[in-house]
Design a protein around this ligand. Structure first.
Ligand code: FES
Length: 110
C-alpha cells in the first residue's frame, strides 16, 4: 500500500500561489514556488489561521493576519510574532511539467 497521495497536477496550483487540502483531519497548504512545490501545516502557529490564505513571496508564505513569514521548505517562521515552526510534508512532482502529478507523502518530515 502506497503512503503517497495524489493531490492533482502541477497546473492546478499556479506559480506563486498556495492551495489548501484536508488530509486525514489535517489542513495542509501546498505552495508552488520557483524552486518547487512544498507542503506545510495550514495553520499559523501564532493564532490558528490558514496560512494558505496569505501571500507567497519566493519560498516564504506570509500569514495574512499578523505578517509572520514561514519558510515553506522548513516550516520555520522567519519574522514575528510567530515563533514556533509548523509541520512540513514531502512533495514529489516535476514543476517543469504542468501535467505532472503532485504526490504528497503521508507523515511529517519535521
Ligand atoms: S496569526 Fe499568523 S502571525 Fe498572527
Amino acid at each position: 500500500m502506497s503512503d503517497q497521495l495524489e493531490l492533482g497536477i502541477v497546473s492546478d496550483i499556479p506559480l506563486g500561489t498556495a492551495r489548501q487540502f484536508e488530509i486525514d483531519d489535517m489542513l495542509i497548504a501546498v505552495v508552488h514556488t520557483a524552486e518547487g512545490m512544498y507542503a506545510l501545516e495550514d495553520r499559523c502557529s501564532h493564532a490558528d489561521v490558514a496560512l494558505s490564505e496569505g501571500e507567497v513571496e519566493g519560498c516564504f508564505l506570509e500569514c495574512w493576519l499578523h505578517g509572520s513569514a514561514f519558510d515553506v521548505r522548513t516550516g520555520v517562521p522567519t519574522s514575528p510574532p510567530a515563533i514556533t515552526p509548523v509541520k512540513t510534508f514531502a512533495i514529489a512532482t516535476n514543476i517543469s511539467d504542468p501535467n505532472s502529478p503532485i504526490l504528497l507523502t503521508k507523515g511529517t518530515t519535521k
